[in-house]
Design a protein around this ligand. Sequence first.
Ligand SMILES: Nc1ncnc2c1ncn2[C@@H]1O[C@H](COP(=O)(O)OP(=O)(O)O)[C@@H](O)[C@H]1O
Ligand SMILES: [Mg+2]
Length: 631
Amino acid sequence: VGRARLMSGRVWYQHPTQCWALGSVAEAQGTTVLVRDADTAEMTELPLEDPKSGEASTHPCDPSHMENLPDIAMMNNLHPAPLLHLLRRRYLEDQIYTFTGEILISINPYMDIEGLYDIPDMEAGDVGEFFLSQRIPHVFTVAERAYKAMRTNPLRKNQSLIVSGESGAGKTEACKRIMQFLAFLSEGYSSRHDDRAAASGAGAASATATATAAAAAQATSNIEQRVLDCNPFLEAFGNAMTLRNNNSSRFGKFIKIEYSRGAIVGARMRHYLLEKARVVSPQSGERNYHIFYQLCRGADPATRAALGLDSAPERFRYLGSGGTTTIPGVDDAAEFEEVVAALTDVGIPAGTQASMWRTVAAITHLGDVDFVPGSVAESSAIADAAVVERVARLLGAADVASKLVTREVRARTETVTVRLTPAQAREARDALAKAAYDRLFSWLIRQANRCLESDHHSSAFIGILDIFGFEIFDVNSFEQLCINYANEKLQNLFNHHIFVMEQSQYASEGVDVTSIEFINNQPCVDLIERKPAGILPMLDDVCRQATRSMNDDKFKTRLDQAHKGTHRFYGSTRQHNEFVVAHFAGDVHYRVDGFIGKNNDSLTQDLRESMQSADDPFVRLLFCDDPAAAC
Ligand SMILES: Nc1ncnc2c1ncn2[C@@H]1O[C@H](COP(=O)(O)OP(=O)(O)O)[C@@H](O)[C@H]1O
Ligand SMILES: [Mg+2]
């Protein structure tokens, strides 16, 4: 920054508590600058450059910085300071959306903003042109753009909307709004075609057209309703209360909305990486999945008794170990009723629902199965036979008790029964709980898809990706590493798409652009995933070795040896058992305790076979090798 220019007007300066604030330079001497705050007139002395980042501590304020721009791309002399201030000013006026070129930025208002999602009367205008033509920063505009491109652009028929941001940012909410608006556009399309067909006379052809449009309109409202119908049970089984969000999605979801011409004819859902570790060890201050608490509190007394459950879920180790079982303002019993209604609506019969509850209850009781050293060295015995008997009864698998404490090793000619130590038996128990829950969730997604699919042929889709957001807690574990890895990969894809591909396109068209600088996160992706020394391959390797002398600390030592000194990885100065990864969204301290156990969800073959031959057909279905074919 030239000194004369610096002295001439207002500047953004690095504020000790507010990140960036507006002020004016009172004095610039040598390597320091004295700034007077625009609001408080307080004086702050700063080095000309931030000693750590080398960034200038002040940035000239341009008149465009003070305008209420709907698109950051319209700003001159762009810098993080005016960008953040613009977002803040807009947020304070309930304008939570701002464009930056094609990308929409959204800030979670944590309250309902009146009228924000009202759909205006668009009948006069063309469907798919309303928000877009005015470039209103809004999720509806993004949805409209995708819809229009799908309808009109022959090269880019299929569209996808990617919603990203940290946990609690409002991604899932945004996806719901997008879907709602797409359903509206689809209905508008259908009714317009309806009108035209009616207006063109009563010939046989137009009668057919009317019938088709009416069927499509019917399909749309059904699909929207059906997607909504699935929400209560998908959230009950896939969401949990975390430190960031009382209703945090713990799985990634990609919904494909299928179109025939302009009308929705069906939908398909795919899920990614349900956070299984939560089933057996919710973190401190968090809950397990909602459904466990809903079932305990919401089931009628007779069902509760038959399942051996209690209206005080904290009595069960898996449900109480996070230290909290209630969510302020949420009535688990009432939510349970909604879940049952939703399951019934999508056609899951009462008998199947009863099987689902038995499985959920069995998982709950599994957490209370514990082991003591057995009579023979290196073996274990079940501490309380009554608990495991309950699990066996609920699953219809009488041999579960013996399969939890032993493992059969099949050699070529004989089978040897190996006893498990109490620690190994606990691992086997947790693996069974996680597998059962994960399979139950996948089964639910299949039921949702069954109810969303249609007989109509679809010609294009609009996809909506809603993944679990980036997480930085005080204490971060294996779950956060997985979630943050997924976000790091998504960021990588985004960088590649926006920067690398655009630039290569300019180059191929002979346009001379100075290369755009961006922070490439590939080194961080490599640090996590690259074989053999990446964090995850190394963890897999350690888990495979499964020697009794291997533990989390030794895993950490191996990581240190492989990565110390690389700038994306460093040892924590806070705790000896933590390592730090410098992610694109910030540095995260990961505590290594439990990494091996959490990554080790290898269900023993014996337990799997025990489930595959259970008396309960529902349990057999969950564990069959090709579940998609079986239901
Ligand atoms: N646009 C919005 N308007 C009002 N409240 C919102 C909005 N977006 C999010 N919220 C609130 O924030 C909470 C967390 O949002 P959610 O979409 O679940 O976050 P994420 O999926 O990013 O973790 C929601 O339960 C809701 O209370
Ligand atoms: Mg979410």
